[in-house]
Design a protein around this ligand. Structure first.
Ligand code: TPP
Ligand code: MG
Length: 351
């Protein structure tokens, strides 16, 4: 039997607002997004290098290929909004403003990491950034986003919760329950599926009858639509429309960004299950290339400017790598910090 593998799915325009092009994007915004995509990618390339040198241990799930989703989606939020995500979280942390130093040091398991080296790759999180990322239980974080949105509604503070999750997570019971309550209570939540065609080594077609994950909202009557996840401007416009909808009190939205991960599921996965040419066909839509094309064609940015940004990024990423290597190991006395409420030995209690 032939095993089905990822195809470029035709995008379904149903449900998508037709005025998305009215959402303006400036040259400076696009330049900043290009910079962030390049930064996330470079930091993760260096993380891959560190992993092979055994400077990073345990699980490490790279986000390379999906960067436009994090950058475009998070750009559509306000600082006070909540972000919740799963374990493929390094890029989202950086997109949310966590420093590459803090992300890399966390990957190295060092004291200057964003969770002081006790979380690691799957547990980036920063209360200061309203970034409650990093959960390893597939689908388990989705109700937390609904909870944050419930808190927002209860307090009337006008914030929105944005929840990233994978196509695999969209099969989980907790996910469906969160959707049902979010819709019932009209919670200000945007559920954003990053459909990268795989849940570990299992392709989308082998794990789901429906391949448009936004249709998961149909059963509860939730506003939903699908869009391409490679062009950061597209991502921004789609998520901005959904965030505005949720913030206005009209209830949650479920979105599906069609994307692709270039690397295996984690560092130990050689990704042999891909069809020949599949990876290359998705790379043709690459987030960095798409953003560069827009900058050159629509904003007359020249190649030198883009090269200069790449040079600046290289310095920041290398600095993060060196910084992480020099950061001390966590003190064993802090082993149980942040595990239970009230056990924090650091006086601030803030991560
Ligand atoms: C409840 C639970 N079941 C199984 C696993 C093992 N597991 C880890 S990642 C993963 C696949 C999830 O795929 P997806 O949601 O598409 O996210 P992606 O890795 O593509 O970002 C599975 C099954 C787990 N961590 N938690
Ligand atoms: Mg997936």
């Amino acid at each position: 039997m032939a095993i089905a593998t990822a195809q470029h799915l035709p995008l379904d325009p149903e449900g998508r607002p037709d005025n998305l092009q009215d959402i303006e994007i400036s040259r400076d915004q696009l330049l900043e997004w290009y910079r962030r995509i390049a930064l996330i990618r470079r930091v993760e390339e260096l993380a891959a290098k560190a992993y092979t040198q055994r400077k990073i241990l345990g699980f490490c799930h790279l986000y390379i290929g999906q960067e436009a989703v994090a950058v475009g989606a998070i750009a559509a939020l306000r600082d006070e909004d909540t972000v919740v995500t799963a374990y493929r979280d390094h890029g989202q942390a950086i997109a949310r403003g966590v420093s590459p130093r803090a992300v890399m040091a966390e990957l190295f398991g060092r004291r200057d990491g964003v969770t002081h080296g006790i979380g690691g790759s799957m547990h980036m999180g920063s209360a200061a950034h309203n970034f409650f990322g990093g959960f390893g239980i597939v689908g388990g974080h989705v109700p937390l986003a609904a909870g944050a949105a419930f808190a927002s509604k209860y307090r009337g503070d006008g914030t929105v919760a944005l929840c990233f999750f994978g196509d695999g997570a969209a099969q989980q019971g907790a996910f469906f329950e969160a959707l049902a309550l979010a819709q019932l209570w009209k919670l200000p939540c945007v559920f954003l599926c990053e459909n990268n065609y795989y849940a570990m080594g299992t392709s989308l077609e082998r794990q789901s009858f429906l391949t448009d994950m936004s249709r998961r909202g149909d059963g509860v009557g939730m506003r939903r639509w699908q869009f391409g996840g490679f062009d950061v401007a597209d991502v921004y416009r789609n998520v901005k429309a959904a965030v505005d909808h949720a913030r206005s009190g009209q209830g949650p939205v479920i979105l599906e960004a069609v994307t692709y991960r270039y690397r295996g599921h984690s560092m130990s996965d050689p990704a042999k299950y891909r069809k020949e040419g599949e990876l290359e066909s998705f790379k043709a839509k690459d987030a960095l290339k798409s953003a560069a094309r827009r900058l050159i064609e629509e904003h007359q940015v020249d190649q030198d400017t883009l090269s200069r940004i790449k040079d600046e990024i290289e310095v920041i990423a290398q600095d993060a790598y060196t910084f992480a290597g020099a950061s001390p190991e966590p003190d064993p006395a802090h082993l149980y910090d942040y595990t239970y409420a009230g056990t924090t030995s650091d006086s601030s209690g803030e991560i």
